[in-house]
Design a binder for this molecule. Sequence first.
Ligand SMILES: Cc1ncc(COP(=O)(O)O)c(C=O)c1O
Length: 397
Amino acid sequence: MMKDNAIPFLDLVAPHLEAEEELVLLFREALRAGRFIGGPVLDGFEADFARFCGAQHCVGVGSGTDALRLALVAAGVRPGDTVVTVPNTFIATTEAISQAGALPAFVDVDRHTCNMDPEALREFLETGCEQKNGRAISKRTKSPVTAVIPVHLYGQTADMDAITGLAEKSGLLVVEDACQAHGAQYFSKREKRWRTAGSMGVAAAFSFYPGKNLGACGEAGAVTTGSPEIAEKVCMLRDHGQSRKYYHEMEGYNGRLDAIQAGILRLKLGKLARWNELRRQNAARYDALLAGVEGLTLPHEPPWSKGVYHLYVIRTEMRDELQDFLNKKGIATGLHYPVPLHMQNAYSRVLWYGKGDFPVSERLAGEILSLPMYPSISEAQMRRVTGSIRDFFKTRG
Ligand SMILES: Cc1ncc(COP(=O)(O)O)c(C=O)c1O
């Protein structure tokens, strides 16, 4: 049981209370139309979300994991290929690579942004690969490195100019894992304009898991892309490889986004810009309230980034003690993520990595702490969180 004055990590009630009548109406309309898969509501959401991301196409799918897997397959990743990503992410990123038949390879993250370090990618491509006819062949797997997945973790994009530049040189496809970054902005120096997450790779994957900045009332995801061919292929793959009913161009999956979730997402999408702005304001408030606490590192936003603070992640060497201290005061926190992927049991027998291979990710795993962050968190709640953190460091100082 939560204490009455407990501060939850997430608030999944407020955003739905705000739109309760409209949501009920939408559900009633779906029941009365008797249309649950496909149809105009899904088409409408896809068009709206594509526009929101500045992408030409959006294809709704069953989850973020589906979105990643289908994006990789549709973009042309083949069984046996190697796909590079980071160890500091949720396991769905590498599950999608393996489920596409490819092998995951890792490069470390930047210690300030916690996202893919372009220098580590450069080093991997220069020293971990042989270049043949403009393609990178992994020395370890002897297989072509065909794609890179930068993960826009915590709601902040990776440094896409640098990553895209390196990918282009080695003929790599860039597939964004934008599952935590609905609406995150990146200033591209190459293009001299702000870009939105989901519009910068050949394809991008979004999750609409309920706790995300744009969340469904169940499982849901989407692929965005500028390529009509990739969009068409994802459409077929999500629906058993069908081009039309019972005519299968390939084997696919059951990976559709249902019409009720699409309706809910379409309604909530209209509020997303405001919700993201509130998250940014709350992050700025946390920054101000926590400024100057010795032993604490606050989230870093480079000048090229306007993050959407899916998570507000602080760092301290006394992480476990601090989490325990806050927990006793009724303040819930999270760890994203406590074990880097190269050290997960799931990969201990199948990948060749071990402790020490990605020191930045390993260090972060022991220091990161996600504070309560949502549009509806109040000033008083943030003051209680930050006041408790200050108290903790005072007694330890
Ligand atoms: C970075 C990242 N990638 C992929 C996923 C997978 O999304 P889903 O849970 O919708 O399958 C998530 C979801 O938590 C995520 O945070």
